[in-house]
Design a protein around this ligand. Sequence first.
Ligand code: SER
Length: 887
Amino acid sequence: MTGVNEIRSAFLDYFEKNDHTIVESGPLVPRNDPTLMFANAGMNQFKNVFTGLEKRDYQRAATAQKVVRAGGKHNDLDNVGYTARHHTFFEMLGNFSFGDYFKDRAIELAWNLITKEYGLPKDKLLVTVYSEDQQAFDLWKKIAGLPEDKIIKIPTSDNFWTMGDTGPCGPCSEIFFDHGEHIWGGPPGSPEEDGDRFIEIWNLVFMQYEQTADGRHDLPRPSIDTGMGIERIAAVLQGVHDNYDIDLFRALIAASENATGVEAEGAASNSHRVIADHLRSTSFLIADGVLPSNEGRGYVLRRIMRRGMRHAHLLGAREPLMWKLVPALIREMGRAYPELVRAEALITETLRLEETRFRKTLERGLGLLDSATTDLGEGGELDGETAFKLYDTYGFPLDLTQDALRARGITVDTDAFDAAMERQKAEARAAWSGSGEAAEETVWFALKDKLGATEFLGYETEKAEGVVTGLVADGAETQEISAGQSGFAILNQTPFYGESGGQVGDAGLMTASGVRVRVTDVQKKADGLFVHAVTVEEGKLTVGLALELAVDHSRRGAIRSNHSATHLVHEALREVLGTHVAQKGSLVSPERLRFDFSHPKPMSDQELAVVEGYANEIVLQNAPVETRLMAVDDAIESGAMALFGEKYGEEVRVVTMGTALHGDKAGKAYSVELCGGTHVSRTGDIGLVTLVSESAVAAGVRRIEALTGAEARAYLDEQDKRVRELAALLKVGAGDVTARVAQLVEDRRRLEKELADAKKKLAMGGGGSGEAGNAVKDVGAFKLMARVVEGINPKDLKGLADDAKAQLGSGVVVLINVADDGKAAIVTGVTKDLTDKVSAVDLVKLGSEALGGRGGGGRPDMAQAGGPEGAKADAAIAAIEAYLSGL
Ligand code: SER
């Protein structure tokens, strides 16, 4: 039982036997504490349980926690590689009591584990206690039987543990292992304590207080937090003095030796250690969602990576190296931390990409560094301007430059470096303030300059804590926004997505005790500032306040689904219509997705059905949605779809989903797109894609709208309901509705025609031909046929008049139709032989006037008009008769 994996299992098994719940490591990016850059202790994830804010269904827990100490309050980066026990990443084994057992049981559990389970000899162990903690002193004597000279009282903060400036804290007691007289050093508290002989292996914190900004308060119940670095206990159990000699590190260093062909001896040994350590921190950080960038956590990651990469270069590696070591790491740690296995591709590609890019400037940067320091000897100082140039032009983080000069005893003028950095910022400030941005935009640039970019946590989590770093109301910065007021909030980190790439901003809630703030939208401003549009519903929002941030989960879920479906529809359109289909715009909202694309003509129903079918095939694959970080050029070269003219950073996220089933791409990745949006984890989460419309937006640009998931179901339910209602109405099965409706439409057309014919016949006196004669009389020199009809389509009147003229052979026709609303239409006709005697136009005028109208128009043989007073139809005919008889 000496390998790291066995030691970890033995620890967890032991505490499980002692009624502890084994809890998974919390993520390296803490969700519940905005003051922490990275998890720095096992107790982080339980912070709110200690303070009583949060309840769990257990009161005892044990963990193996991932810890990164680089950047933030605890930073060991500079020493890593040169000492026996510094790491940027390590594992902390810990047991916890939340108001359950306290000092006595904690001491007993610890002592039994190390002396019985791990079998360490008692005479090699000694402990420290906080000088004011006599109780702990007595307990060690009683429980462990340690002589008084092996229980050392320490009056300093070394034996009072605090997580950071605030948080749970308390006196602590540390267990030390004596590596033996052959190593120089004295016991803790002695002048030689910094030597390497006595090594702390376990820290038991008696959590009693909570440190807040306004003082120290008692915790609701005294608790226990312990922490044992697995690398140290492994060294002790494996009989080595140096953490880098334990099995885990020997395996990683062997892999590094193999890959470089350089043995771990002398200075090369430092480089191998750096690489082994940095491989662990970078891989675990990437697995927990941190990606290299130029700010915040991403920059800490980049610094660690580049520091490792310079050491690979020092070992003579001419090709990217660190990515090749990932399998070795996964062999050693993948079983205990399956997230490494899941993220293997992302880790490998991110490392390779970063190293490939950094190599482009590394050599030239080192050349500059050499020439700038040739005249410097031990104790010399590199000027800040050169260090800044290395940073700005060659991508050398400051600590990499310092590390490169360390062996020669040369330091860097960091004040001058900072001054050069400040000067560059001032220049950028001058550039934007002179750029004529609208006043409200200037506010954001100023805030960005002051606060830096917001860290976005929303790819990994929808809940996190954040601290308010800036507030804006009425276009100006402010210190507070009170209840009932609206404004904008900026936080150091946020899980809320800021609108971009067509995806709308998130909405949700921010809360603190007595404070409730609604987030209605989030926009990205000034290149990286996430601006939350907020309304304070309760309490007061102030700068410096720490808040629980919760994205509206179901809304975001619907957005994810619509965003992933947009990618599928995009690819399906290219498959069905051709590769000329290019995205022209998109909108991804919780309700629906809208996708505009280039295509010269409307899509047929058949094409739409196939597109919908293809997209749903990938949904049914339930394929994982994978996100990788790539260099833009590589991404585009690999066939990822990008938006022409869109501005991308140097590195881009590439989202891949599904396996193509048809055509040339069959068997390959289906959709591969550059995209910064949030997506479902598997395509099955989309549920269903339904296209609801296809229309034109502009010449050559079509628009598709579609629904997914619950919205798609609701839409289809509604359609289904309609069909069933119709079926009931038509008294047929749902499957026969179409045939039945087609038949009804046909019947109706036939009936309408029959009805119109019948009406015409009726209008003309009903019955067969010749009966029109009924209405014919001689008026003056003319045969006149005049009728008042009802229910005739006005546009049929002329046809009827023509028929009547044909029947008369020679004569005058007057037809007046009175519609339901009482208005009249009048048509007059004169057979050709009579048009030189009487004009249809004159007749229609007379008739129309009698109907209250204003004349009409036409030709001498046929004219028409209208009038509002249909009741006067007979008077109109009488007027015409009177006129005709006078001719
Ligand atoms: N929190 C303490 C530490 O980090 C014990 O786990 O040392």
